[in-house]
Design a protein around this ligand. Structure first.
Ligand SMILES: [Zn+2]
Length: 200
């Protein structure tokens, strides 16, 4: 006898299920849908729900899709930003960007030239391993990491020590967003205050 299983919980499907049922329950169908969506879009909701999105050229010039036509965007002019949905649907430029305003505690630690041939350099590995569970993604060049979370730094800070190149921003700047999570980073943001305090 052929047995069918729920595609989400793997529970056996019985006679009470339709012959073409894929899930044991509405609950499993919804859970599978949420999982698929999350796999397709790894960004934390704390970022996607904000109207702080722009697009950018392949040379990282910020572009606005807020108006009828694409034009330059400014990281200090919110009228040039748009919703995540609008930025995601737009084909303008080469990719997405998120604007840090300093008003919502969102912060990004930028690790420049941290990856060589896909391998994380030791200085960067040390920082990444010290992070709480938070969203980290690979930069457009494939050589940098952007670690997103909560914190406060005031003006942008830069730290350079040998090959170690760290920049921390929380306002007045947009950061490129690739939706390429690094090593299965979670779709959530953690408090990075301590990490930042230790770094700077
Ligand atoms: Zn199920």
């Amino acid at each position: 006898m052929k047995t069918r299983r729920c595609e989400h919980c793997r529970e056996h499907l019985g006679v009470r299920h339709a012959h073409n049922a894929r899930f044991c329950s509405g609950r499993c169908r919804n859970a599978a849908y949420v999982e698929r969506k999350r796999a397709a879009d790894p960004l934390p909701v704390a970022m996607t729900r904000r109207r702080q999105w722009v697009r950018h050229t392949d040379r990282k010039v910020p572009l606005s899709v807020a108006g009828r036509r694409a034009s330059l965007a400014s990281s200090t002019d919110s009228s040039t930003w748009c919703t995540y949905k609008a930025a995601d649907r737009s084909a303008v430029g080469a990719g997405l960007g998120f604007v840090l305003t300093g008003e919502d505690q969102l912060v990004c630690i930028d690790l420049d030239h941290a990856l060589v041939d896909g391998e994380l350099l030791p200085w960067a590995r040390e920082i990444v391993e010290g992070l709480p569970a938070t969203y980290v993604e690979v930069s457009p060049s494939g050589t940098g990491l952007h670690c997103w979370g909560y914190g406060c730094v005031g003006r942008g800070r830069k730290l350079r020590q040998g090959e170690k190149a760290v920049e921390v921003y929380d306002r007045g700047r947009y950061i490129t967003v690739t939706r390429r999570p690094f090593e299965g980073a979670p779709s959530k943001l953690a408090d990075l205050s301590k990490v930042i305090a230790d770094l700077l």
